[in-house]
Design a protein around this ligand. Structure first.
Ligand SMILES: [Zn+2]
Length: 390
C-alpha cells in the first residue's frame, strides 16, 4: 500500500493545499494522460516494494506514502504529515517521461542495437530556431511519437518506470538523509526550478539536491547491477525470441548495457527537469543544480561505486572508460532529444560550459555539505549522506 489511505485523504488534501498550495489527486484520478495510465498503475506496487527494500534497516521507519498531486509548478514534493511522510510527484511527470522515452526510442539513432531500427520512420527534422542550451524541455510541447518495433516500445516503458523510480528514490533521499528538517519554514521540499519564498538559501538547497541525487544514483545503480548479474547467471536459459527475455537482455544483458540504462534515465531526467543554461546571476536563483552539472556530479558517484565493486567487469566501467561511454551516450541522447522536441541540436554547446564549471561548483557544494553535515547526521532516518559514499 503506497497511496494515502482513503480515510486520511480529505485531511491530507486540506493540509497540502494550505501549506504548499498543491492539490492532492482524487483516489481514482482518471488521468487524462492516456499514455501514462498503465505505467502509473504498475508503478504503485513497485514503489511500495522499493521503499520497503531501501528502508529495511533504518533506525526509524515512519509510514511513507507515495501519491500524486495534480499539475502545478512543482515536479514533486516531499513533506511530513502527521506521523507519516509523503512523496508526491505530479501526474504530469508521467506524461513527460512516457512521451519523451517513447519518442526517443522511435529515433533509430537512439539505442541503435536494440530491436529492429529499420522499421522506425521518425518525421523529417526541420530546424525550429530554438536553441538547445536555453530551451527548458519540460516547458515545450510534449513529443508524441511511438516506436514501431515492439521491443523498443517495451524498452521505452521500462525506462519511464526507471525514471519514476529515480524520482521516488531522490525524494526518499531527502527524507532519509534528514533534509526536511534542514529547510526552514514549511518543513517540506518542493522540486521546482525557481527558488520559492520558503526555500533555504540556494547554495544549501542545491547541496541537498546533490545529496538526494546521490541517494537515487546509489540505489538505482545497485539494483540495476544486481539485475545484470542475475541476467548473466540466467543467460543460458534466456531466449531472445521471448518478449520478456528480450527486454531484460536489451536493458541488462551486459554490465555495459546496464550502465547505459541507468545513464539514459539520469541524462533524460535531468535534461527534462531543468534548463542546461545558467549564468553567474541565475545560478543561485534556482533550487536545483543546472542539468549537466547534476549529471557530471553524479559521474563521480558512479565512478566511486564502480571502483569499489568486487566484480572486475563492473570495476572496468570506471575512470576513462566511464567518461568515454558517457561522452558517446550524451551526444546520442542530446541529438535524439533535440530531434523529438524539434529544437536545434548542439551537444557540445550543452556540455562544455558545465565541464568547465564543474570543479569550482562542486567544491562550493562540498564545503557547504561539510557545514550541513552535523545537523543532517542527527536528523537522518537511516540514509547515508552522499559525499562519504563517493
Ligand atoms: Zn530534490
Amino acid at each position: 500500500m503506497t497511496r494515502i489511505p482513503d480515510e486520511m485523504r480529505p485531511q491530507a488534501a486540506r493540509t497540502l493545499f494550505r501549506h504548499f498550495g498543491v492539490v492532492l489527486a482524487p483516489a481514482d484520478p482518471g488521468w487524462t494522460y492516456a499514455i501514462a495510465r498503465e505505467n502509473m498503475a504498475a508503478f504503485e506496487t513497485h514503489a511500495s516494494e522499493l521503499i520497503a527494500q531501501v528502508t529495511a534497516h533504518d533506525e526509524r521507519r515512519p509510514p511513507i506514502y507515495v501519491d500524486h498531486i495534480v499539475d502545478t509548478a512543482f515536479n514533486a514534493l516531499a513533506c511530513p504529515w502527521q506521523n507519516s511522510l509523503l512523496i508526491l510527484p505530479t501526474g504530469v511527470c508521467w506524461a513527460w517521461f512516457a512521451s519523451t522515452f517513447n519518442s526517443l526510442l522511435s529515433m533509430p539513432e537512439v539505442w541503435p542495437d536494440v530491436g529492429d531500427c529499420g522499421v522506425e520512420t521518425p518525421p523529417a527534422f526541420t530546424a525550429s530556431g530554438i536553441d538547445p542550451v536555453h530551451a527548458h524541455l519540460a516547458g515545450l510541447k510534449l513529443p508524441l511519437l511511438d516506436p514501431v518495433d515492439p521491443l523498443r516500445r517495451r524498452v521505452a516503458d521500462a525506462l519511464c518506470t526507471q525514471a519514476f523510480e529515480f524520482l521516488v528514490l531522490h525524494e526518499l533521499g531527502h527524507i532519509r538523509n534528514g533534509h526536511l528538517s534542514a529547510v526552514p519554514g514549511k518543513n517540506g521540499l518542493a522540486e521546482l526550478t525557481p527558488v520559492g519564498a520558503w526555500e533555504a538559501a540556494s547554495l544549501t538547497r542545491q547541496t541537498l539536491e546533490m545529496d538526494a541525487d546521490s541517494h537515487a544514483v546509489v540505489h538505482t545503480l545497485r539494483n540495476a547491477f544486481i539485475l545484470s548479474m542475475e541476467v548473466a547467471r540466467l543467460a543460458p536459459t534466456l531466449n531472445a525470441a521471448e518478449p520478456d527475455h528480450a527486454l531484460l537482455l536489451a536493458m541488462y544483458g551486459s554490465h555495459g548495457r546496464t550502465l547505459r540504462t541507468c545513464l539514459t534515465v539520469y541524462y533524460v531526467l535531468f535534461r527534462l527537469l531543468s534548463p542546461a543554461a545558467w549564468t553567474a546571476d541565475t545560478l543561485w536563483s534556482r533550487s536545483h543544480p543546472p542539468a549537466m552539472l547534476r549529471l557530471l556530479m553524479m559521474l563521480g558517484v558512479i565512478d566511486g561505486k564502480a571502483r569499489l565493486t568486487p566484480d572486475p567487469a563492473i570495476a572496468a566501467l570506471s575512470g576513462e572508460r566511464l567518461a568515454s561511454i558517457v561522452g558517446r551516450l550524451a551526444v546520442e541522447l542530446e541529438l535524439g532529444l533535440c530531434r523529438v522536441f524539434g529544437i536545434d541540436s548542439d551537444p557540445l554547446a550543452v556540455l562544455e560550459p558545465s565541464l568547465r564549471a564543474l570543479g569550482a561548483y562542486q567544491h562550493q557544494l562540498l564545503v557547504e555539505w561539510a557545514r550541513l553535515h552535523p545537523a543532517l547526521d542527527k536528523a537522518k532516518l537511516g540514509g547515508k549522506l552522499a559525499p562519504p559514499q563517493v
